[in-house]
Design a protein around this ligand. Structure first.
Ligand code: BGP
Length: 490
């Protein structure tokens, strides 16, 4: 009963939101380096220069930039990824803190642009490779098994500026070259891999997920196909490099409930959920699902798969499924209900039974048990919850302590739900890595003060602060959770 003996307790970060050192030691510019800071009310933007020399900034979500735009970073704009939490210069201290909490695993990402600065070079950047050697060595010294995401919201802008990044099939070869370089280099140091972070985010966030500066449905469909093929090739390649390697996918699990029991709402809910299952279906089953092919046909999207491509998808299915889980929402077919929801529409219709975080994310631990069951039932593969947590504003007391009981409550309830899914429902769960285990920059808003960590990082939204690390109350609480393998949650 309870969590398996070798359960992978840990935490998660991503290079683009955590590492900083954005141009250190030969690193190139990635899609996230061109995203400005926003807030809950002020959306993030992406910067680019037009051939006439003018510089522009357009909305990150739903970006539809004009032909000829060349993306980059420009004077006068504030880019939070450039400093982030400066893990680049704090990795030893940070990994030691993770070790002190007893982490068994640390989910992190390799920044593709540290290894291939423009994305399309033939030779890897040795300084970039050496940095991750040091990081993985520090992990093993602390008894921590790295779990590495190959691409977490960062595509080299060199690829976007050259041919539109993932819209072009040539990006697959560049990605495979990158996977080969890191797979071979870190053989024996890394055995758990994830291909693309929240790959399904591509449906509404082409820039974030794929460096695609367009929302044209044809381009999004092409980019999706190329990422899915690249993911399947990465699985095969990593297995060839080391048969010990275990490779998973990663989706942002936007669990939805029908807003009412009206069959029209239930049907809408099923169809909206398919937006997120589609990617996972291909990665876990090895072929495109019928509902997606019909949708393409209906919407006039050209889609073809050669025999060789179909074979690649079939032979590149993942070993396990991973996902992020923060909240649930509702789906409604009623235009009146939809009109009432206003700004919440990115996520869906709100649920009157649930409370929400200060950023409007609805808190639903039972939804995690439901999510685990949906996933396990659908794919029959081991699962990992690789992101979960509460983004909240912390208060540092005069003595430096941080009493984040709200975060402990959130995590406790979600751990209980995972335990129920294991004990009551028989779900096979390998690990749990709460998001932003050490404070980092928010992906959706670019804020620093939307904090998730067990460890506080003294950087503020305006970039000020010394970057000093300090333990929150949740640090000591999570240490005990890990020590007791999830038995003592109080
Ligand atoms: C997921 C992303 C992460 C992370 C998290 C929290 O969608 O994979 O990169 O940031 O959400 O979101 P936010 O940072 O917007 O609070």
């Amino acid at each position: 009963m309870g969590f398996r003996k070798d359960f992978l307790w840990g935490g998660a970060t991503a290079a683009n939101q955590y590492e900083g050192g954005w141009n250190a030691d030969g690193k190139g510019v990635s899609s996230s380096d061109c995203c400005t800071r926003g807030s809950r009310t002020e959306p993030r933007k992406v910067t680019y220069r037009m051939p006439d020399g003018t510089v522009h900034a357009d909305l990150m979500f739903g970006l539809d930039a004009p032909e000829g735009a060349q993306f980059g970073c420009f004077k006068g704009y504030d880019y939070p990824s450039h400093q982030a939490s400066d893990f680049y210069h704090h990795y030893e201290e940070d990994i030691a803190l993770m070790g002190e909490m007893g982490f068994k695993t640390y989910r992190m990402s390799i920044n593709w642009t540290r290894i291939f600065p423009l994305g399309y070079e033939e030779e890897a950047n040795e300084e970039g490779l050496a940095f991750y050697d040091r990081v993985f060595d520090a992990c093993h010294k602390a008894g921590i098994e790295p779990l590495v995401t190959l691409s977490h919201y960062e595509t080299p802008v060199g690829l976007t500026n050259k041919w539109g990044a993932w819209v072009d099939a040539r990006t697959i070869d560049c990605f495979v070259r990158y996977v080969k370089a890191v797979g071979e280099r870190y053989k024996g140091k890394v055995t758990y891999w994830l291909t693309f972070n929240e790959i399904n985010c591509l449906s509404f966030g082409g820039w974030m997920a794929a460096g695609v500066p367009s929302k044209d449905p044809q381009k999004i469909a092409d980019a999706a196909k190329h990422q899915l093929i690249a993911s399947a090739k990465a699985v095969q390649l990593l297995h060839e490099i080391d048969p010990e390697n275990k490779v998973g996918n990663m989706i942002g699990y936007g669990v939805l409930y029908p807003h009412t029991c009206n069959p029209a709402d239930v049907l809408k809910c099923w169809s909206e959920m398919n937006d997120c299952y589609f990617f996972c279906d291909v990665q876990a089953r090895g072929y495109y699902p019928a509902y997606k092919l019909k949708e393409y046909e209906k919407n006039g999207i050209c889609f073809e798969l050669s025999e060789e491509e179909a074979e690649t998808l079939k032979n590149g299915t993942v070993d396990f499924i991973s996902f992020s889980y923060y909240m649930t929402n509702c789906a409604s077919a009623d235009p009146k209900v939809l009109a009432d929801q206003g700004g919440n529409m990115l996520f869906g219709v709100s649920n009157p039974y649930l409370k929400a975080s200060d950023w409007g994310w609805q808190i639903d631990p039972t939804g995690l048990r439901i999510a685990l069951n949906y996933m396990y039932d659908r794919y029959q593969k081991p699962l990992m919850v690789v992101e979960n947590g509460l983004g909240a504003q912390d208060v540092v007391e005069a003595d430096g302590s941080i009493h984040d009981t709200y975060r402990i409550d959130y995590l406790r309830d979600h751990i209980k739900a995972m335990k129920e899914a294991i004990d009551e429902d028989g779900v096979e769960l390998w690990g749990y890595t709460p998001w932003g285990c050490i404070d980092l920059v928010s992906a959706s808003t670019g804020e620093m003060h939307k904090r998730y960590g067990f460890v506080y990082v003294d950087y503020q939204d305006d970039g000020t602060g010394e970057g000093a690390r300090s333990r929150k109350d949740s640090f000591y609480w999570y240490k005990k959770v890990i020590e007791t393998n999830g038995e003592d949650l109080f």
